[in-house]
Design a protein around this ligand. Sequence first.
Ligand code: URA
Length: 212
Amino acid sequence: MQNTFPTLTVINHPLIKAKLSKLRNKKSNNLEFRNLLNEVASLMVYEITRDFPTKKVEVETPLEIMTCETLAKGITLVPILRAGLGMVDGILHLIPNAKVGHVGLYRDPETLEAVEYYKKFPSNMPETKIIMIDPMLATGASASTALEFIKKHGGNDISFVCLVAAPEGVQKIMNEHPDVPIFTAAFDRELNDHAYILPGLGDAGDRIYGTE
Ligand code: URA
């Protein structure tokens, strides 16, 4: 997999696997789904940030001054509306001072192309590390368009975190944005005729917000 999809990392962790099994289960209700999704997002971001650069800072402990480390760059989260919002709180739980931009896209049901309806980014985004968030990487159309917007606004150090990825979407992002590493909790088999991921977990937005 690493050879076929060099920009893809599947985060293998027993806690993530256990929570993902519950997320996939159609019997999990909206409250359970929301909570589990945020828990997985926290665990994933802990792994994704492992290599983020740090810088030295002087800290005065109650006893003396010492040199400690802190994150070298600010962090911007960019959820793709609406399902991406379902992972934001879990990530903010670990990185509370991250800024949050938003990209609103919907998938045209006929063409399956991504259509923009909203975008807003923090002004310092170009100087930050950016984590773009969308739980389901299906065709990759929305993710690729969102990455274009982020780059047009000066974003240049971007990671993409999703929950479940399909080969078609990973291939598209890899072709169109080879500079963007993709992190997922699961790499599923394929898309069906309606661009849903198989076996997947259904419509993530509907399961988060109870709109199914
Ligand atoms: N979006 C979803 O929410 N689920 C899929 O399976 C594909 C796209």
